[in-house]
Design a protein around this ligand. Structure first.
Ligand code: SDX
Length: 392
């Protein structure tokens, strides 16, 4: 076993759960999925193969992967009645609001036939969620821009199918861009799972009550939306746009030091070293901008200079603040054609496999009980009720 496992987290007693899925060493900047380093998966695997790995614990054989890919592909359509769900939203509804509602609504379509104690039905739920998230995400996007929904096509790969559902229009033939397809697939891999982060812990806690997996994933989406968590990619790009040019960086940095705002896309609850995903994200950003954007994009110049300054400034170094996955993802996704409101939707789409793998692991743990975090009570001591007539 690699020396990563001599690492003693020092928090065994307070760990919220045991898991075999993802290992993070925040001090060494290590991220492993079922033992495989994230940079190797990002470069050599595919998102669907990584989904299989996260769900089953091993990389699939060729025949097992073909069967898995066929199953996912054949679950990508939504019930036709589902489309009316979207039309209930205002056109300017945030796609994350639509996503949260739509995924929760999936319960209504599958709840009555779902026994989560049945392994086969847990597997089917996982496949349905992994398969339908791109279709729901693409429809949330199409609805927000007032364009017609595009149906999935079974002869396309997972990421190519998603990009086509987002960007194809009836008025012209859709021409896939292999650089963007590869970048999308790699971005999904980078976001697939991340141990017991806030949204995954939300899914586990919701699932511990026996709630159906669609409702649990909807709870995870709601938690992910927060700007301190999955919403940071949208905020990080808004921050770069607000700074605008390199000469404005010193003034912005001073504002961070004065605690007026945070440096979005920097810092992490666990990583006190570079987020290994951020390095791959930065490379992907450059590839996408070279293919479809402007490698000299002013926002990329601002991001690079901001990173350079922050990594040499005592304020950030002393607080062990390094770029996280969200720092470069916004520029990349924007160059790919996505509005900022879709960034966290893409994060949720990818993280669904992590959430559902962790949900399955929890449900299949025979020692699992309902989650019940305890508190330290700091309120009033016991006292007797005073009728309103007797109060001042
Ligand atoms: C994700 O948990 C996961 O794994 C999440 C995630 C996943 O894949 O699921 O990795 C995805 O959520 C990544 C994080 C995305 N969020 C952001 O980029 C938002 C900006 N980051 C911060 O909000 C912050 O860094 C957090 C929320 C991520 C972590 O906050 P903490 O726990 O307060 O960080 P810390 O305890 O290490 O802070 C140490 C100090 C504090 O200052 P002091 O009060 O000690 O003086 O650093 C400061 C913090 O105030 N600080 C920052 C900062 N992050 C922490 N100051 C300026 N800018 C920041 N970004």
């Amino acid at each position: 076993e690699s020396d990563a496992f001599t690492y003693d987290p020092g928090f065994t007693s307070t760990a919220s759960c045991e898991s075999k899925i993802t290992f993070i060493d925040g001090d060494k900047g290590i991220l492993l999925h079922r033992g495989y380093p994230i940079d190797q998966l990002a470069e050599q695997s595919s998102f669907l193969e990584t989904c299989y790995l996260l769900l089953h614990g091993e990389l699939p054989s060729a025949s097992a992967f073909e069967q898995f890919e066929t199953t996912i592909t054949r679950h990508t359509m939504l019930h036709e009645q589902f489309d009316r769900f979207f039309s209930g939203f205002r056109r300017d509804a945030h796609p994350m609001a639509i996503m949260t509602g739509a995924v929760g609504a999936l319960s209504a379509f599958y709840h009555d036939s779902l026994d989560i104690q049945d392994e086969k039905q847990r597997e089917i739920s996982a496949h349905r969620l992994i398969a339908k998230m791109p279709t729901i995400a693409a429809r949330a996007f199409k609805y927000s821009v007032g364009q017609p929904f595009v149906y999935p096509k079974n002869d396309l790969s997972y990421s190519e199918n998603f990009l086509r559902m987002c960007f194809a229009v009836p008025a012209e033939d859709y021409v896939p861009n292999p650089v963007l397809t590869k970048a999308m697939d790699r971005i999904f891999i980078l976001h697939a799972d991340h141990e017991q982060n806030a949204s995954t812990s939300t899914v586990r806690l919701a699932g511990s009550s026996g709630a159906n997996p669609f409702a649990c994933i909807a709870a995870g989406i709601a938690c992910l939306w927060g700007p301190s968590h999955g919403g940071a990619n949208e905020e990080a790009l808004n921050m770069l746009k607000e700074i605008g040019t390199v000469d404005k960086i010193p003034e912005f940095i001073q504002g961070v030091k004065d605690r007026k705002y945070k440096l979005m896309g920097f810092g992490h609850r666990v990583y006190k070293n570079y987020d290994p995903r951020a390095k791959v994200m930065q490379t992907t950003c450059h590839e996408v901008l070279s293919a479809v954007g402007d490698p000299n994009d002013p926002l990329l110049q601002v991001a690079r200079e901001l990173e350079r300054i922050a990594l040499s400034d005592e304020y950030f170094v002393s607080r062990k603040l390094y770029p996280n996955i969200d720092f470069y993802s916004g520029i990349t996704l924007s160059a790919m054609g996505f509005p900022t409101t879709m960034f966290t939707v893409l994060f949720a789409l990818a993280r669904t496999v992590g959430w559902i793998a962790q949900w399955k692991e929890m449900i299949e743990d025979p020692s699992q009980k309902i989650g019940r975090p305890r508190q330290l009570y700091t309120g009033s001591a016991q006292r007797d009720f005073v009728p309103i007539s007797g109060r001042a």
